[in-house]
Design a protein around this ligand. Structure first.
Ligand SMILES: Cc1cc2nc3c(=O)[nH]c(=O)nc-3n(C[C@H](O)[C@H](O)[C@H](O)COP(=O)(O)OP(=O)(O)OC[C@H]3O[C@@H](n4cnc5c(N)ncnc54)[C@H](O)[C@@H]3O)c2cc1C
Length: 401
């Protein structure tokens, strides 16, 4: 196992670094470095900049218009983007559904859907979970009934991340109740502007509407939007989930946030406390260990071995680390992590919560206001993409035997 980067890989890193520095809008990186709210335009704007360069589908092979990078190049690209303060690429299109369309879609579907994903023009959502069907995903009830050359879809999805912006949704739907639950599921691409689709945002603990409920009431979907074969959707869904779990480890973001944690600790004075520095050091050790694990996976892939069976392990460690840095940031900022903005109590207040009236404290309200929101937001990491408890079961079965 060789964990060192070659001179070519180092040169590649420099090329990406220079390009990102020249092309990432400063107002967007400022928001990312300070955990401020990113709008749809911020997220899609960056996606389109990457798309123009041919890098939004950074994991795609050349035959589908991607850069054809090695696993190490993909990792270096993601690391440089994260450290520069680029928003995370919304994975549903380029990272999740695209590989499924490439592997299991027909030529017509590839021609129709991949260009819009590669350019960042079309926003995709993931329609897997339903009320009562999360960990037990095979129990989904949303039904798609074949009538002539269409499917008629009825049912409900939930926790649909950023579905309020969605143009298209890839869906798991039940097309049969015969046999094992897994064998009656199909993978359908659904235009979210179709009549009968209702998207209802859910307000979360952090005050944001990051997830949605999506209802289908007799939604007509052309049969040509079925991926692969009817009732084989479970196989395609599993192909996609392994990509999701590797992606969720997000070690590069944790490296960037570790530096932010140190900045906050220094500004707020807790850096002088040996016990607090111990906790930061422990976190840093875990981040380095996670990075080593990611590099081991890359090294294995380089030599042609498939390491996706430890994807669950990366997800567990990565998500726990994300929660720990958010907790330490809250501890470092103390009461200033949850600023009281008096004006916000007034009806109709539309102000900026990061520019409240409580200036003059160490670090200030501006620096610390997003901390509580980030902390609450990251509670999700041990749940989504397959809960950590379920991942532990999978790791126990596949890795420990
Ligand atoms: C912020 C956020 C965004 C999401 N985005 C999307 C999205 O875009 N699209 C989408 O389809 N889904 C999305 N999800 C849904 C996510 O995949 C599910 O929440 C997750 O799979 C868990 O399912 P559940 O919520 O139904 O919990 P449940 O499955 O009901 O689990 C409840 C608890 O029981 C535990 N548990 C369940 N089964 C077992 C078991 N066998 N052994 C041990 N413990 C068990 C779980 O770990 C959990 O603690 C999102 C979720 C969140 C929180």
């Amino acid at each position: 196992m060789d964990l060192a980067f070659t001179p070519e890989e180092q040169a590649f890193r420099e090329e990406v670094r220079a390009w990102v520095q020249n092309n990432l809008p400063k107002e967007i990186s400022h928001k990312v470095h300070n955990a401020l709210r990113l709008t749809r335009d911020d997220l899609q704007g960056w996606a389109k900049i990457l798309g123009k360069k041919g890098w939004l589908g950074f994991g795609w092979p050349k035959e589908f218009g991607g850069p054809g990078w090695t696993a190490v190049q993909k990792h270096l690209f993601e690391e440089e983007c994260a450290l520069a303060g680029a928003p995370r690429i919304i994975p549903f299109g380029p990272v999740m559904v695209a590989p499924v369309i490439m592997a299991f879609g027909n030529a017509e579907q590839q021609k129709r859907f991949l260009p819009g994903i590669a350019s960042g023009d079309v926003w995709w959502s993931q329609g897997y979970s339903e009320p009562g069907s999360g960990s037990d995903l095979a129990s989904i009830k949303t039904r798609a009934e074949r009538v002539g050359d269409k499917y008629i879809v009825n049912g409900q999805k939930t926790w649909t991340t950023l579905g309020q912006h969605g143009d298209w949704m890839f869906n798991l739907v039940r097309t049969s109740t015969e046999g094992k639950p897994q064998t009656g599921i199909s993978f359908l691409l659904l235009d979210m502007k179709s009549p009968g689709v209702t998207v209802r945002p859910i307000k979360l603990l952090d005050g944001e509407c990051e997830v949605n409920e999506v209802f289908f009431d007799n939604v007509e979907v052309p049969a040509e939007n079925l991926i692969g074969e009817e009732n084989k959707g479970w196989t395609y869904a599993k192909h996609l989930l392994s990509h999701e779990r590797t992606n969720i480890a997000d070690v590069n973001r944790s490296k960037r946030e570790l530096e932010r944690l140190k900045r906050i600790a220094k500004t707020e004075g807790v850096w002088d406390d040996q016990r607090f520095r111990d906790q930061i050091a422990l976190l840093e050790v875990d981040i380095v260990a996670l990075e080593m694990m990611v590099l081991r996976v890359l090294s294995a892939e380089k030599s042609g071995k498939n390491s996706l069976d430890i994807a669950g392990l990366l997800k567990i460690k990565g998500s726990e680390i994300q929660q720990r840095y958010a907790e330490l940031m809250m501890l470092a900022a103390g009461p200033f992590a949850m600023p009281f903005i008096e004006e916000a109590m007034e009806a109709g207040w539309q102000g900026d919560a990061t520019a409240g009236a409580l200036g003059g404290f160490p670090g200030g309200v501006t620096a610390n206001a997003p901390l509580a929101s980030t902390y609450f937001n990251l509670r999700k990491t041990t749940i989504y993409g397959g809960s950590n408890e379920v991942q532990r079961n999978i790791v126990a079965q596949t890795v420990l035997g």
